[in-house]
Design a protein. Sequence first.
Lengths: 373, 270
Amino acid sequence: MTAVPTPARAEAVLEGDLLVVNLGGVWRVTGPQPAWSRVLEGRRPRVVRLRADGIERWDSSLVRFVYEVQRWCRETEARCENEALPAAVVRLAAELLRARDAYVPVDHSRNFFTTVGLTATEVWRQAREFTDFIGECTLSAMALARRPGRFRWRDCFYEMQQCGAMAVPIVGLSSFLVGLTLAYTGAIILRQFGGDIWVADIVGLSMFRESGAVLTAIVLAGRTGAAYAASLGNMKTGEEIDALETLGISAVDFLVLPRLLALTLMMPLLSMYANCLGIFGGMLISYSVLNIPPTAYWVELQSIVDLSDLSTGVIKSIVFGVLVAVSGCLRGLQCERSAAGVGRAATSAVVTGILLIIVADAIFAVLFNVLGL
Amino acid sequence: MSVPTVNEDLLPPDGIPAIEVRDLECSYGGTTVLSGVSFSVREGELFFVIGGSGCGKTTLLRHMVGLMQPAKGSVCYFGENFTAADRAERRELLKTFGVLYQSAALWSSMTVRENVALPLEQYTTLNRRERDEIVTLKLAQVGLAGFEEYYPAELSGGMRKRAGLARALALDPRIVFFDEPSAGLDPVTSRKLDDLILQVRETLGTTMVIVSHELASIFALADRVILLDHEARGIVAEGRPSTLAATSDDPRVREFLTRGEGTAAGQPAA
């Protein structure tokens, strides 16, 4: 390594009302620098004279020091003599003084009412954008239904593989564990009444009517919804979507509908698969902990679960598939053109997707109750 | 391959060069892109690495700044070997240079102020007020005073480049590398950026290494250039661009510097 440079120094000598400051050494912004307050030591000279005879090397740190001296002189109405400094230092210090004088700090804080108002406007705007987008997708789907040859089936099959087949392990594992947990929790209560066999009812009904569809939808909102938002967001950042638009190709036709159809078809299939794995998890616990033979479990399950339970789960999962795909694609298309924007789009897609799933599930609960399903 | 003879007059006259590249071999996954590359840059010099698309200019830059490890050879900054440096030495040497990337590479989640202040937070003991003053100075130097609170997405291409330059200059490095500074800019903005580069060099004496194929900038700014060639996988010429354009016997050099028209671009026809 090279020899250690002489550190920056500022030595002050008071001669009556005049403070002579001798600057020297190597001034590096990354190294130690003298502070003007320490050089001053509480003195109040009428004139400050800066000398630079001993300066070996300088950078912005010296400019900042000179600026600090000039500012102090201005505040205390002292005179600053800096003619002995290098011309570039004087010029840059003056430039800094001008820029700092012109600088107006930006206050980003907002009062409560402004925040409430802006949030309400934002929620309204997002709701409108969401419904507009669903409308646009519906119109595009109707147009493509008339000419199915123009639909990008290849992309759709690829997306089916990505969001369907590739999601089998994670959906299977999580639903198996949920079925297992449901059986355990149910067993604690049912054992007290000698109703062990009803574990099959609890697991069967909750998986078919509720957990299977909701669990699969939440897993896919995190997995596929985020992936849709990130991939479309990246395409937007890279101007790929602009390129489609300028060619007269609708981004909804080209990018959104294949994804939407893929997820809408795959969600019920995965949901059925989740039901099976959940029931299997429950059966395993029933046999190992409650000593219920699998045959008895199966017979009880068949007696309680009917076609209406199966169809409620399937209807829900189809709607959840649409909601997850729409929120993922919409957030991707709304993405800001930056790396941070892609991250925000993915997060927003997951949050929107899960929120919509829960709201839709609540609406279904009321609706099926009214319809007697 | 043969390494071109270095013109002794063009080497740093006194002591240690700011940058010394010795017998550098750059490869991508087993394919050698550049081989036997040797040159020196003197302190305060405006040095251009030029050549056609795909000749390895950016690859050479990435090897010089440590983003890629050379297969062979070394890069020294002020006599200290950067290629063989350990972690602590490397961290010290990284303060020696700043880089302005082709896309400016500003961190999009941070404001312009935060972008420029980050190197100061990492490498200095300055407090927040002092850092803000340095940031203001750097932004004023590049003509962006008042844009402290803007996010990169809110700036134009030229402004992003200038903000990137302010960030590259934050620690007052002795060397600044530029990767295609004019890329994506209109001629007027490009010219203004060239003026800014000259102004920074004149004010702070910073050594500038610029990777470019913009002939107007090369003739306006360069003290010295090296010309890389894809087929030769190395340097085919070194010298002052106007001299090379007028006197080089190598058709590759003449063709590049005259755009195949026989007269140096940006130079009056004889």
